[in-house]
Write a protein that binds this ligand. Structure first.
Ligand SMILES: Nc1ncnc2c1ncn2[C@@H]1O[C@H](COP(=O)(O)OP(=O)(O)O)[C@@H](O)[C@H]1O
Ligand SMILES: [Mg+2]
Length: 271
C-alpha cells in the first residue's frame, strides 16, 4: 500500500512486464502487455472473461511460457532462458480460485509439506512457520483440522497461509473469492487487506470492486489481451476514460441493464 510505485522511477519495480505476448496456437491471448508494479504496491486486474487475466498471472510465475517479451521479478529476469524456474517460483506466492489443499493432510501438514519439500526446512521450523501463518489468517484453532471440515472461505485462508509460509516476495491472486458463497467472501478479503497493509506486493485478479476501490493502489482493466486502462481506482472504476471499461463496469454492476444496452447498441448497428 504505497504510492511510490512505477511512476516515481527511483527504484526497480518488484514486478516488471515488458511487451509480453502469449499465443496458444493462432489464438493471440496476450498482445503486448507492459506493466510495472512497485514494491508494496497492490494492483487489481479486472476485465471480461477470456481477456487474458489468468494467462498474465501465469506468465509472471512461469506456469506459462511467454511467446515474446520479458518478465522481471525483483530485478531478476524470470523469462531468461538460463533462469532457475524453481527458484523463481519460490519467490512468488500464488492463490487460485480453487484452493487445491491436500484432503488427506491436516491444515498444518498442508502448510509444512511444501516448506519441507521445496525449502528443505526441518520439521520443527516448518511447524513453527505454519503456526505463525495460520495465526496471520486467523485460523490457529484449525491447525489439526482436515480441509473437508472447513468452509470454503477457511480453506482459501489456509491456501493463503500455505503460500505465505514459503516467504514469497510477491503474491498473485487469481479470483480468490469467485468460488465462495457470498457470506464467506468477506473473511478472505479481510486477510488480503491485512496483507496489503503489511506491505506485501500483490497482483489480484478480482471482480470485487469494493475491494479494488479500497485496497488497490492501481486498477488495470484488460480486454482482448491488452491493457486498456491503468490508473488509480477512483479513476478507472469511478470515472473510466474508455468506453470498453465503462461497458464492462456497467455489466458487472448491473447485468440486466448491460443486456438492455447491448440490445440498444445492436439495434443501432442494425443487427
Ligand atoms: N492452456 C491453454 N491452452 C489453450 N488456450 C488457453 C489456455 N489457457 C488460456 N487459453 C485461452 O486464452 C484466453 C484467455 O484465457 P484466460 O487468460 O484464462 O482469461 P481470463 O482469466 O481473463 O478469463 C481464452 O481464450 C482461453 O481459452
Ligand atoms: Mg481467469
Amino acid at each position: 500500500m504505497t504510492n511510490t510505485s512505477s511512476s516515481s522511477g527511483t527504484s526497480t519495480p518488484e514486478i516488471h512486464v515488458r511487451d509480453l505476448h502469449k499465443s496458444f496456437g493462432d489464438n493471440d491471448v496476450l498482445r503486448g502487455i507492459d506493466l510495472e508494479i512497485g514494491q508494496g504496491e497492490v494492483v487489481c486486474v479486472i476485465g471480461p472473461s477470456g481477456s487474458g487475466k489468468s494467462t498474465l498471472l501465469r506468465c509472471v510465475n512461469l506456469l506459462e511460457e511467454p511467446t515474446q517479451g520479458q518478465v522481471f521479478v525483483g530485478g531478476t529476469e524470470v523469462t531468461h532462458p538460463d533462469v532457475d524456474i524453481d527458484a523463481v517460483r519460490r519467490r512468488i506466492g500464488m492463490v487460485f480460485q480453487q484452493f487445491n489443499l491436500f484432503p488427506h493432510l491436516s491444515v498444518t501438514e498442508n502448510l509444512t509439506l511444501p516448506q519441507r519439500r521445496v525449502l528443505k526446512r526441518g520439521k520443527e521450523e516448518a511447524a513453527e512457520v505454519a503456526a505463525e501463518n495460520l495465526e496471520r489468517v486467523g485460523l490457529s484453532e484449525k491447525a489439526d483440522a482436515y480441509p473437508s471440515s472447513l468452509s470454503g472461505g477457511q480453506q482459501q485462508r489456509v491456501a493463503i497461509a500455505r503460500a505465505l509460509a514459503m516467504g514469497p516476495e510477491v503474491m498473485l491472486f487469481d479470483e480468490p473469492t469467485s468460488a465462495l458463497d457470498p457470506e464467506l467472501v468477506g473473511d478472505v478479503l479481510a486477510v488480503m487487506r491485512r496483507l496489503a497493509h503489511e506491505g506485501m506486493t500483490m497482483m489480484v485478479v478480482t471482480h470485487e470492486m469494493s475491494f479494488a476501490r479500497e485496497v488497490a493502489d492501481r486498477v488495470v482493466f484488460m480486454d482482448g489481451g491488452v491493457i486498456v486502462e491503468d490508473g488509480a481506482p477512483a479513476q478507472v472504476i469511478g470515472n473510466p476514460s474508455h468506453e470498453r471499461t465503462r461497458h464492462f463496469l456497467s455489466r458487472l454492476l448491473d447485468p440486466a441493464m448491460a443486456d438492455v444496452e447491448d440490445d440498444v447498441e445492436e439495434g443501432e448497428k442494425g443487427l
